[in-house]
Design a protein around this ligand. Structure first.
Ligand SMILES: Nc1nc2c(ncn2[C@@H]2O[C@H](COP(=O)(O)OP(=O)(O)O)[C@@H](O)[C@H]2O)c(=O)[nH]1
Ligand SMILES: [Mg+2]
Length: 373
């Protein structure tokens, strides 16, 4: 792969992106689109590698049970929502000319502490193509959920935003493809399908070559299409969950709002909550949607002798075991854990005795039995 200077990479990227959107509009073949994606991804990778070599980073300290990033165009209502969802008063204006500020707030909901980040300027930077891509990816990497904030009157902004994130290597509500690449010195490009489907060998070879790879084994653990292969080779792809807050519903009739909500759900398959920051409408629904999409659950602890504490749930990730619950309390408790009694959705009957690997569910009442040493 020829190393080009920064300017020409940037130019090439812009030309490719233009070609990509034109081709997309013309509904040309998928193969051609995949090759353009491969070229874009390859250039993005080179540009990111250069940036990280220079040490230009951006980090947000993670705290609480989950991190949510508000992403949207200016004036969509991000700051207003942050102010309502969290306990911090975020300045509504005045950040337009700073490079990149993060305004965090803490959302307390159902016993969970959820960090909410307002990222003014992020989208403008990303759209300008001035290295915003690396920045946006570095912020989004530390978040657990993107909350797209969209002004319902400009709802098609969302599609632009999603296209933009897609180009930056951010994949929403999808999992990383289960496939592996093993580099080799000779033998060309080989595909171990293991019963799964793959693009035709010629396309696979061309895509590998685009990334400067001429000898390698591609090992599949699932069906893989060209776009997924490009993602696999790009390495810097981020997979993250996303939901939409369709804001300013006070400016349209409810039937118009519902119509737009349906269109977005159909086109993006994302969960959409209709809200109004100004009229504080559906804010509880939005909080619930955030909580659910962070895949958090509440566990209620009951001492061996005594009453269950329903006021202070313990918040853990969905899929957590009794051991994780114990560990969340204290590592000593986890280490001395013998078994537990559980009442709730995860068991067949009340006070069922379970082992430490038992997976708990939302609302379970748990009594931990541990030896006190
Ligand atoms: N009508 C209406 N206006 C809103 C709503 N939410 C925010 N706004 C207004 O939209 C403008 C931009 O809001 P802001 O929160 O600063 O958007 P940001 O640029 O995304 O942070 C402000 O004038 C807000 O008062 C809403 O639900 N309804
Ligand atoms: Mg703002």
């Amino acid at each position: 792969m020829l190393m080009k200077d920064k300017k020409s990479l940037q130019q090439e990227l812009e030309e490719l992106r233009e070609e990509y959107s034109k081709t997309k509009d013309n509904k040309a073949t998928n193969k051609h689109l995949s090759m353009i994606r491969a070229k874009i991804a390859s250039i993005n990778k080179q540009m990111t590698e250069r940036k990280s070599a220079k040490g230009a980073g951006f980090s947000v300290k993670k705290s609480g049970d989950g991190v949510v990033a508000l992403v949207g165009f200016p004036n969509a209502g991000k700051s207003s929502l942050l102010g309502i969802l969290t306990n911090v008063e975020s300045k509504v204006a005045g950040y337009a000319f700073t490079t990149l500020e993060v305004i965090p707030g803490m959302l307390l909901h159902k016993g969970a502490n959820i960090q909410v980040l307002d990222l003014p300027g992020l989208i403008e930077e990303a759209s300008s193509g001035k290295g915003g891509g690396a920045k946006i990816a570095s912020v989004i990497r530390v978040t657990d959920l993107i909350l797209f904030v969209v002004d319902i009157k400009n709802y098609t902004d969302l599609f632009k935003l999603l296209d933009e994130l897609d180009m930056l290597g951010i994949r929403l509500n999808r999992r990383a493809p289960r496939a592996r690449i093993e580099r080799s010195w000779t033998g060309g490009i080989n595909i171990e399908k293991n019963g799964h489907s793959a693009p035709d060998p010629r396309s696979v070879m061309k895509i590998f070559n685009e990334f400067g790879i001429y000898n390698a084994n591609l090992i599949l653990h699932q069906d893989l299409d060209s776009d997924q292969l490009v993602d696999l080779l790009s390495e810097n792809i981020v997979y993250i969950k996303g939901i939409v807050a369709l804001n300013k519903i006070d400016t349209l009739s409810s039937s118009e709002c519902e119509h737009i909500r349906k269109e977005i759900v159909e086109k993006t398959e994302m969960e959409v909550v209709l809200v109004s920051a100004v009229e504080k409408k559906n804010i509880e629904e939005l909080k619930d949607a955030i909580f659910n999409n962070l895949e958090l659950i509440r566990i209620f602890l009951k001492p061996k002798e005594g009453e269950v504490d329903l006021a202070k749930p313990l918040v853990v990730k969905k899929g957590s075991s009794v051991f994780t619950v114990a560990k969340t309390l204290h590592s000593k408790i986890a280490n001395n854990l013998r078994y537990a009694y559980v009442t709730g959705k995860s068991v067949k009957f009340s006070n069922q005795k379970v082992g430490s690997t038992h997976v708990v569910e939302d609302g379970d009442i748990v009594t931990l039995i541990y030896s006190k040493t």
